[in-house]
Ligand binder design. Sequence first.
Ligand SMILES: [Zn+2]
Length: 291
Amino acid sequence: MPVVSAREMLVEAATHGYAVGAFNVTNIIQMEAVIEAAVARRAPVIIQTSVTPTKFLRPEVIAAAFRALAEPAPIPACLHLDHCDDVGLCQRCAGVGYTNIMFDGSKLDFDENVRVTREVVEYCHGLGDITVEGELGTVSGVEDQVRVAETEAELCDPARSLEFVERSGVDLFAPAIGTAHGVYTTENPKIDFDRFEKIQKIVNGQRMIAPLIVHGGTGLKPEVVKRLVALGGAKFNVSTDLKYALIDATCDYISSHRKEYNPGKIDVAAKRAVMARVEYWMDLLGCAGKA
Ligand SMILES: [Zn+2]
């Protein structure tokens, strides 16, 4: 199936009451696992890479692997760059086949965030159908080794949401609402549902301008995820969950087959474990069966 833009995929999700999983991968085994899980569950899917693995593997290699895996698959798929604050890397990824770019200007003040996000939007739209995600407020936790304490995290101001979306021109909007990267430090993280609902109403109440994105999916209780989907969350980012699946399955396989020297079997065990988590998320988000 042709590789599609995330905007198209997420407007479809938001208007039909489900969300699409956006899964962070750090290697090709994980990428294969995510695509195969999407085929098994007949779900649209977004593969994303954060900045460190993108630089390590190189955007050209990731985009080529993505095309080779996604184009023959009978489901729509996107390749997304996650949380990038480097305009040059955003442009490089857009130029080699990423279909969506997230410029993360959340550390900048409002006007500067708008200005630089707009620069990325203009570049990406100028190349064709490459869509851009912007963030307002700060998602707490660890993203690519950058630690933001939960107390420091400032949530998205609903009153400025529409202004941000309109002035920056973003296609997808990630408002900080209390979800966190990494593993939640409390059993019941404080998610600001009212804020999320208000933002959805302000930004997408009249017509769908920019589908809302939820970061920090790992560890959210199923009822929390379902409530956010019902309120308009169209893309859920899942990263830590897949890292745990990959590393735990790899460790378990090696420790129970310590005398076996067959990397392919380790890969199969890791891939199965990642696929199981991806399929769990697709069922929970309601996107299974939607492709
Ligand atoms: Zn994130």
